[in-house]
Design a protein. Structure first.
Lengths: 469, 469
DNA sequence: GGGTATTTGTCCGTATGTATG
DNA sequence: TCATACATACGGACAAATACC
């Protein structure tokens, strides 16, 4: 950046000359690069064009740059001695901290959780839809702040989809378009922070949600997860007035909250005048099982906040999710947070709207479900065949992960280490317990979203060898 | 949503039949709409295909639907008596709260602040760049979580741009890609919340930032803004260890922080071991004046957080901004907030990267600057010509707004009301004071980003009539 | 604009449990 | 007790219609 000082003794053109020479000598302006045109530089520096021209001429006469009519000034190759060594160093920063993900390519078979399978992404359809959405954008769309809660058309289509497929009965006014799940939950925390302080969470439960609650000053009250959902007695005993749940496929155990418990939860929330936060993160992905209506679908859902996402069934890098607020919180939102703009660009919103409007969304969901169902079935079948009696499978028939419990007394650490020695990456589960002493320390998590059917078979075979006693 | 009960006495096909009949009768499935194909519904309900077929057949024989090979089942027109009246009503919600923006089309001349001028947006270039970016996306891009701080390539290009045009000297590792300014500031608040509590803000100052600070539990300490920036004595007297400033074009007064005060601010921050939050929101838009290097450009910027945005010089609905963290805060970020994903979609990131890489960004900035400079000049000239002695202009030569101070003793309310009567919309300034008693109550804000040169002239003429005493 | 792959309703056979005689 | 008929549920084969290049 060139900085001019009006009060300096050195004339303006000399200042420009000096600073450009410096930039060339230090390599900031490398050989072959073009100087800004005299007109442009003059404009940005708010000086006359001739001032810049003087400076350029001097550089030119000293051989730093050459000029050609119509193509500007170009930096020449410097003789060695012209280079300066005091090139500013970029501030050194600790390499982007502890890499939280192990380099997965070290292990031929990686059962990581999170990413999806690239081979199965409908990239062609995606680009088509995106192009359409892009074409629909006008200059007006680009130059105006859009609706703070998200485009109305998108929210309407979403409300229809939610009603049809998840039973969530809401109007489009209740929906807020968010970037990721993080964003939705953070927003919700901002709403609830001053009203309530104690939040019941699932034990074990999704650590991402817990971190956000902690960051926002909530006190966490872990409640054990049973086969059919939260232990309601423990919840009743707790002093919580909010509860965070993943009822359709509990993370990480995979437990499905029974209808009875869903009703109990609603009763609890009503009695406490509190809220249920329903995280429906992978509800679209069910295999061999009936769709389970969301808690929010039960009549009188005045106490349920529903959060859904496109990260699991569509794309994690799209960064889009949505939150349905009950009336009470909606008013709070309008009164307290109406300054914050939506975090999602108008283009992304249009793309998703085009996706839903055109019917491709329903189509995509069906296909995606089939794809991951195949992977799931192969995984379950191979485990049953090769690891008979060695492990118990938890949380199958939905989502993108399962839990394996060792029946041979292996600890989590042993399971992971032995697996690594056989070239298989499996994930720890311990991190999901708030109180580690609650954990039986004999499970691992296997994600199957981003691994081929072939690798699933090979990986499980390797695992069975690794864990054989 | 169709819900099946395995334990019910009524057979599955009958349950499906009943619920579909209900949906048709209540109008949820309107005349002419298609039922899901037997295969698809069978898949989602996890039943056999013929089970669905039985249900459809019954609906068909009763005249609710008709079937055609290859094109599915279609809902027929119902005779009136078949309709049910107990159609669920969408939950009624207070109409999206107090509309904060007045319908601007009521006034022929609207000097609103925020939106940009659609006529001047390079929609063609934008679509070209976006198409390129879209084409570059792979299935891998779409199925993997991307870098939590933003794509490395984009951050690198941004660091080069920041160095060249704003003098900000940072490595790409220090940059975090954010959705809007809101997001960046909220993230920063999460970082600082537990370390510091008192934050000095400009009086008057940007209300959006203040709200975010308050939402995050900070105590605000207003410090008066003078001609050349903050009153440093007041800042010294305050107990703040963070200060939020808009040094290149103070909002709303337009004051430019002098070099001397910038150095004093840095000294202050060093002494307090605190931080300067530099909001460089409209630094790209300067007219008739030299670029002012950012505070962050001064050597030893270990105490400056720099925030920039694309909302002013490019597009508000793009929802993209960026934050440069000093080393200390960067480490804190990696240790405490490394769970949160970036809020910006991979597509938007690629678009901006393509924009910068291709050189269109520099080009666009130049053109945009010329466009708004013209508007600015017309605005200033017309005011000088028609309102001689009536008003004083504050904060010209930059950005997208100015302040007008009445020299005739008109109050803000009078100025706004009289303007409205003459068909001109001007904005209040009072909301930007934390303590209203500090305000002389004789100013209004005029945004000129989204109004044509012709309307500027007409609007100012109308204003001069409106305010004539 | 014409050929091809996919989708879709239709028809077929089969299995299971229950009621009937 | 056994044979028969019926209701319910499931999956495969086929041709028409549609969607996609």
């Amino acid at each position: 950046m060139i900085i001019l000082d009006n009060n300096s003794q050195t004339p303006l053109y000399a200042q420009i000359y000096e600073q450009l020479k410096q930039e060339i000598a230090t390599g900031i302006l490398p050989e072959g690069s073009r100087l800004p045109s005299t007109r442009h530089l003059a404009q940005t520096l708010a000086v006359g064009r001739n001032t810049v021209e003087y400076a350029y001429l001097q550089l030119s006469s000293e051989g730093y740059v050459t000029s050609r009519v119509g193509s500007g000034f170009t930096v020449e190759k410097l003789s060695g001695f012209m280079y300066l060594t005091n090139k500013k160093d970029s501030p050194q920063v600790e390499q982007s901290s502890a890499q939280d993900k192990e380099p997965s390519n070290l292990y031929p078979y990686h059962f990581q959780y999170g990413n999806l399978s690239a081979q199965d992404f409908p990239i062609h359809m995606w680009k088509k839809i995106s192009s359409k959405a892009l074409a629909s954008l006008t200059a007006e769309d680009m130059t105006a702040y859009c609706d703070k809660m998200g485009e109305m058309d998108l929210r309407h289509d979403l409300s229809v989809y939610l009603q049809e497929s998840r039973g969530v009965f809401c109007s489009s006014e209740q929906i807020i378009i968010c970037s990721g799940f993080d964003y939705a939950l953070t927003l919700l925390c901002q709403l609830l922070r001053n009203k309530m302080t104690h939040i019941a969470i699932e034990e074990p439960g999704y650590i991402g949600a817990k971190n956000i609650f902690i960051d926002n000053g909530f006190t966490l009250l872990p409640v054990p997860v049973e086969k059919d959902g939260l232990n309601m007695e423990e919840l009743e005993r707790s002093s919580a007035d909010i509860v965070y749940v993943t009822p359709s496929h509990q993370f990480p155990t995979g437990a499905v909250t029974s209808i009875q418990k869903r009703l109990l939860l609603l009763e609890w929330a009503k009695r406490k005048n509190g809220f249920i936060i329903e995280d429906d993160y992978d509800s679209e992905l069910r295999y061999h099982s009936r769709p389970i209506p969301s808690i929010s679908s039960v009549v009188g859902n005045e106490h349920v906040v529903y959060i859904g996402t496109f990260s699991k069934a569509l794309s994690p890098s799209l960064r889009m999710s949505y939150m349905v607020l009950p009336k009470k919180l909606l008013n709070l939102y309008h009164n307290e947070l109406n300054m914050q703009q939506t975090p999602v660009s108008i283009l992304d919103q249009r793309i998703i709207q085009e996706l839903m409007r055109s019917g491709y969304w329903a189509n995509h969901l069906r296909k995606t479900c089939v794809v991951y169902k195949k992977k799931h079935d192969v995984l379950i079948r191979t485990i049953s065949e090769t690891m008979e009696g060695m492990v118990k499978i938890h949380g199958k028939n939905a989502g993108l992960h399962i839990l394996l419990e060792s029946l041979q007394g292996l600890t989590e650490k042993e399971m992971i280490e032995r697996a690594k020695e056989h070239g298989v990456l499996v994930m720890p589960v311990s991190i999901f317990w708030s109180d580690p002493t609650n954990y039986s320390d004999n499970m691992v998590l296997l994600g199957f979203g981003n691994i081929s059917e072939h690798d699933i078979i090979q990986g499980i075979k390797a695992l069975s060898l690794a864990w054989k006693i």
